[in-house]
Design a protein around this ligand. Structure first.
Ligand code: OFO
Length: 170
């Protein structure tokens, strides 16, 4: 049985993951409005990943005998200056989520909850991957600057991204 403190922390994390899904869905809409279909696809896949992250926490909490308490999801930003601005905001957001996952893991370790600590390792690794992917895109967008041709090349690359739900245990 999970402690009340960890139950609260995981419920708060579920909310953050659903907020992330919302955050990226809004970005996908913004990119669609610019006719950048690859960018829109990237963020739509990200929206699906975040929903998966939220549901993975949700299922774990129920499995451990905890109560899932869903909270209000905040309104995500809707105004962006450019594709670069979208990716800079994405990186900032992912850094915030990484810190939050680390806090939940710190709590699990403090409480000697090995099952929760082990479960959270998946998210720790996932955050490394997410931050690395987004950092690369921020850097590429900074490199191309105002070059529209470069923007379309990146847009084309991002069309290939698909959502592959990880198999159980991965
Ligand atoms: Fe759930 O990883 Fe992004 O926020």
């Amino acid at each position: 049985m999970i402690s009340k403190k960890l139950e609260d922390a995981i419920n708060s994390q579920i909310n953050k993951e659903f907020y992330s899904a919302y955050f990226y869905l809004g970005m996908s809409a913004y990119c669609t409005s610019l006719d950048l279909d690859g960018f829109a696809n990237f963020f739509h896949v990200q929206y699906q990943e975040e929903t998966f992250h939220a549901m993975k926490f949700y299922n774990f909490l129920l499995e451990r005998g905890g109560n899932v308490v869903l909270a209000k999801i905040d309104t995500p930003p809707a105004d962006f200056k450019s594709p670069l601005d979208v990716f800079v905001k994405t990186l900032e957001h992912e850094q915030f989520v990484t810190a939050s996952i680390n806090n939940v893991l710190d709590l699990a370790i403090k409480e000697n909850d090995h099952a929760t600590a082990s479960f959270l390792k998946w998210y720790v690794d996932e955050q490394v991957e997410e931050e690395a992917t987004v950092t690369k895109l921020v850097n590429k967008l900074k490199l191309i600057g105002d070059n529209v041709g470069g923007l379309f090349i990146i847009d084309n690359e991002l069309k290939a991204r698909v959502f592959n739900p990880p198999a159980k245990g991965e």
